[in-house]
Design a protein around this ligand. Sequence first.
Ligand code: ZN
Length: 409
Amino acid sequence: MKEETFSQIKTMLSTIKEKSAFYNKKFEGIDMGDVKTEEDFRNLPFTTKDDLREAYPLGLAAVPDEKIVRIHSSSGTTGTPVIIPYTAKDVADWAIQFKRCYEMAGITPKDRIHVTPGYGLWTAGIGFQLGAELLGAMVIPMGPGNTEKQLRMMIDMESTVLCATSSYALLLAEAIAEKGIGDQIKLRKGVIGSERWGEKMRNRIANELGVELYDIYGLTEVYGPGIGINCQHNHEMHYWDDYVYFEIVDPKTGENLPDGTFGELVITTLQKEGAPLIRFRTHDLTRIVPGECPCGSEFPRIDTLIGRTDDMIKVKGVNIFPAHVEEVLALIGDASSEYQVMIDHLNGRDIMTVFFETPVSKDDYKVVEEQVTEVFKNRIGIKIEAKAVQMGDLPRSEKKSNHIFDNRY
Ligand code: ZN
């Protein structure tokens, strides 16, 4: 941890119990003055999404009412939503971070930014807008839906930057291709809200729209999108370490992991007033990328998200994610992307079986199976049983977790 980061943390901790009833309760019995080293900080309990839910509606507020200028809420599809109060400084800080994201992506005040993420309680659309306005670019605040109107405005307003989720960007790209209006579209960059999306989808969107794509990272609990983005050099995302402190922990044990190792991202806010968060567990799986980026930026980097902690399984001591299986299958020409994984425990050892679909004839199954086994061993480091099946034989499911069955417990 940088010295200045730790001093930001200590400053925040020195008053957190007075300001925040939430943390006063959470840190009951802990004297904040005792947090003198990085290790002391790492011994503080995590803050979880369930904790935030319990604080509904405004229990997270760490400032008097009159300082709160806005709230946002994370999607409450299941149970109680989480409400995050923002002060004027929080809103301004968010805009500063978002502006940095646009600049990192080479977007300038001359750009026309077409914003398709939704406006409302959640943090998407309005964050994209705030940052763009601070940058001085022209915003076209579309929100989602109505493809016809999106395309018309995109052409007439000469939008140069598309902000969207990956699935919506793909939908628009396909609509443009279908109508054959590609030559009327002026887009040059796409800023895509972070979610895990494969290389195949990235290439399709980039090619069909003819744009450079950028992954923007963020979550409602911590400002919203805009706390990190990749640069022109690679897919890894720089994050603003003057506003947020990132740790990577083992999702099972909570132990801190060294830079370069994949694990769960844990975030501490360094400047947030309305709802500061200390060691918040994001459930996002990534790693801190060691070393310097060729772009020269001194902001540290995290890797592209490889999934959520709920998707992770441990086999023979190795953490395995759906992204690993997809990565291996993508390298084998004769394997399709459809797969199913079974994990069993037999005679005292774990056995991981990967079923995958292939268009080759049954006589050639063995050859493809051997390829999959070998690539898996080389890239992921464990021996698996590969089983080829015919195209269409595996059940289809949108949910990644439905591709992996752990029969050990
Ligand atoms: Zn860079």
